[in-house]
Write a protein that binds this ligand. Structure first.
Ligand code: DGP
Length: 113
């Protein structure tokens, strides 16, 4: 059985979100704890715990997510942004449903913490 997460509940409409994009494959909404003026999460409708669980059959899905993340960033008026996928608790992953962070609207330092 697929593990329930905050994001699977958002997908089911059980938890509200500030949605900015959706299609048959993915949904994007504003992060509840924004780390920058623009901070959006993009999640696949297909449940996947993390990038570690991606299979070769997910190639098209992963490509779609990257292309849509760029479209969303530009729709938000960004020319500079960062796309982040935290994989695993020690890398900062707290919600175990694959998600891309789209972060921008301020200068971003490197390396990340
Ligand atoms: P990560 O740490 O990479 O797993 O990112 C999870 C993000 O999810 C974190 O930035 C906060 C955000 N988040 C957690 N709960 C909710 C929620 O209920 N709604 C929204 N919009 N974002 C959430």
């Amino acid at each position: 059985m697929t593990e329930e997460t905050i994001f699977s509940r958002i997908l089911k409409g059980e938890i509200p979100c500030d949605e900015v994009y959706n299609d048959s494959v993915c949904v994007a909404f504003r992060d509840i704890q924004p780390q920058a003026p623009v901070h959006i999460l993009l999640i696949p409708r297909k449940p996947m715990r993390s990038l570690q669980d991606a299979e070769p059959e997910d190639k098209e899905l992963l490509g779609h997510l990257l292309l849509i993340s760029s479209k969303i960033a530009q729709q938000q008026g960004l020319d500079n942004w960062r796309t982040v996928i935290n994989t695993g608790a020690e890398a900062g992953q707290t919600v175990f449903h694959l998600h891309l962070h789209i972060i921008g609207g301020r200068e971003l330092k490197w390396p990340p913490g």
